[in-house]
Design a protein around this ligand. Sequence first.
Ligand code: FAD
Length: 404
Amino acid sequence: MITLALMEDSAPSAPAPEPVAITAANPADRPVYVIGGGPGGLATAHALRARGIRAVVVEKADRVGASWSRHYDRLHLHTTRRLSALPGLKMPRRFGRWVTRDDMVRYLEKYAEAQELEIVTGVEVSRIERTEDGTGWLLHASGGRELTGSAVVVATGYNHTPYLPGWPGRETFAGDLTHAAAYRNGKPYAGRDVLVVGLGNTGAEIAVDLVESGAERVRLAVRTVPHIVRRSTAGWPAQYSGILVRRLPVGLVDRICRVMALSLPDLSAHGLPRPDTGLYTRARQGAIPVQDVGLIDAVRKGRVEIVAAVEGFEDGGKVVLADGTRISPDAVVAATGYVRALETLVGHLDVLDERGLPLAHGPRAPRNAPGLYFTGFTTPISGTLRELVIDAGRIANAVRRQLP
Ligand SMILES: Cc1cc2nc3c(=O)[nH]c(=O)nc-3n(C[C@H](O)[C@H](O)[C@H](O)COP(=O)(O)OP(=O)(O)OC[C@H]3O[C@@H](n4cnc5c(N)ncnc54)[C@H](O)[C@@H]3O)c2cc1C
């Protein structure tokens, strides 16, 4: 049973699905299992239910939206409230345009309750196999559970397991070395010299947070200079542009973005030249642009110093940078991303590519694994939450077609 904080003024954007009879094709003892109770899993469970298909969400944490409750305190969505809501329940206007982390957590909890989703918390799925008769999927889960489903949707998250590079000498570093996943706020870093490693959205925001929290010195180690965009320009959110250009040719979008980027200050003198590769080309490779929430200003004022990438650590607390420089920060925050960690779950099914990403995504199940779906393993410039919602409906349609 999930405990919920009610949001009295939230209004459904679409009528909640009518309770429906479970069809013979999807009998009660063979539901569709949705692994993961994040936005992707919840939206897909809702879409399945709306089509009369019994869906059971299996979540390893003790609550839905667990990944959001772990994010750092100052986090706001960089996609708009309206385009970040899940199907069937609007986010209340009082959340503002850029929703806070806490409101997002409340919303997901409310969503699970309002949509009357069937959710099992505290159960981790460790392995998925085809049933012996080949008609369904067998899930091995914590506590020795074995669950048999007619189909499975894997929604375990793109940001599943924090990734910390195997820097040589890492263990010799006497200061604090923390992955961004464990960073909450800048308080413990006040008055200290901090190195943030990695300039993605998380690294950029943490660097600014550290400055505002009174860190004595903040450096940001950058290997590949990202594209930086304003979160909104004259009230027009960057996400809207991302949606509009999504289907245009990559080269054309790159050129449009190059022109738009000229409205941003040139930070070359501060160590952030404009990238050579186009924005959309990079986004298609998985490197989404960094939305400016104060970094540009902080870099221009010298409050965040850009330094070369980290190569390793040396005795005496030194960090070795790619240009040969040695620096001695008190603390390092590694905003170095996450891995999908799908190998143990489905690696044996031959459904992953060499980067560990699913070969088929959304409504397309891998040819050799009919009934096995993946959602949330892309990084679209139009906003992941928006795409998760679109994929939820498509996956539910595909499941409905698949069931006899
Ligand atoms: C810091 C940050 C900010 C972001 N901001 C935005 C934004 O502003 N707008 C936007 O559109 N996107 C944003 N994203 C990207 C994306 O929308 C979110 O990561 C979103 O939570 C993805 O939803 P998901 O359901 O795919 O994965 P998650 O939210 O990660 O949910 C996966 C769930 O699966 C559970 N789980 C994992 N493995 C198992 C298992 N084996 N068995 C059972 N349960 C399991 C986890 O506990 C988790 O609850 C952000 C991402 C991050 C990291």
